[in-house]
Write a protein that binds this ligand. Structure first.
Ligand code: SF4
Length: 215
């Protein structure tokens, strides 16, 4: 199977079986998604979703959050990983959005990465989820799944994975391909023991081909 055929098989499979894949974070607007994504670093979406309703009730927009004090916000996110840093990042992000972006969450990666707590991965998530820009956020699932299937070759860093994927996936599918790979990694191609026998990508998967050969 050529690399082109592999990509075609994988994209076609997901398009057929998961045409409406989307983020599992619960949000109503760009402000809420940005808060949720900042909180989701090293933390499950499930836990973030348990935490954000209280935050959004108390701080319904970026202006309200910009006026929060550390001591007010911290208790609301205490149960999430790295609560100290995330409290500081959220307040810093809100202040910068108010002061430098007129209260609007920026819509480009270049602007988003200026915000405290926002790296390339978060900026890619925001721009692809909200604006369907062809940006690929690479988390641990995307990194692992892409490598196992053989969509990436010798990628050593998330950036290398990102660049290889966006080079090979049609532009209009990049934003949804991000969810396909994440969800596949979360539920089927899990880290320790991938559930290959349940996986429809076997005919195109390099990892699976090696498994079969070794038997
Ligand atoms: S066949 Fe196995 S290793 Fe390959 S994508 Fe599916 S679950 Fe992952």
């Amino acid at each position: 199977m050529t690399q082109k055929e592999r990509y075609a098989f994988v994209l076609n499979y997901f398009e057929t079986h998961s045409p409406n894949a989307e983020t599992e974070l619960i949000y109503d607007n760009p402000y809420q998604l940005l808060v949720a994504v900042i909180l989701s670093a090293q933390c499950t979406d499930k836990r973030v979703n348990m935490t954000t309703p209280a935050i959004f009730e108390r701080y319904p927009d970026v202006y309200a959050l910009s006026k929060a004090t550390f001591d007010d916000l911290f208790p609301l996110i205490r149960s999430i990983s790295y609560p100290n840093n995330k409290t500081k990042h959220l307040i810093g992000m809100a202040n910068m959005v108010v002061e430098e972006f007129n209260g609007e969450i920026p819509a480009t990666v270049a602007e988003l990465v200026k915000l405290p707590g926002v790296g390339r991965k978060t900026a890619n998530v925001i721009t692809s989820v909200i604006h369907h820009q062809p940006n690929m956020a690479v988390d641990t699932h995307v990194f692992r799944v892409a490598a196992r299937i053989g969509l990436t070759h010798n990628a050593k860093t998330p950036l290398q994975t990102e660049l290889q994927l966006i080079k090979n996936i049609p532009k209009d599918k990049i934003h949804i391909a991000h969810h396909w790979l994440i969800l596949h990694g979360r539920y089927i191609c899990v880290a320790r023991t991938p559930k290959c026998e349940e996986c429809g990508l076997r005919p195109a998967c390099k990892y699976y081909a090696k498994l079969v050969k070794a038997q």
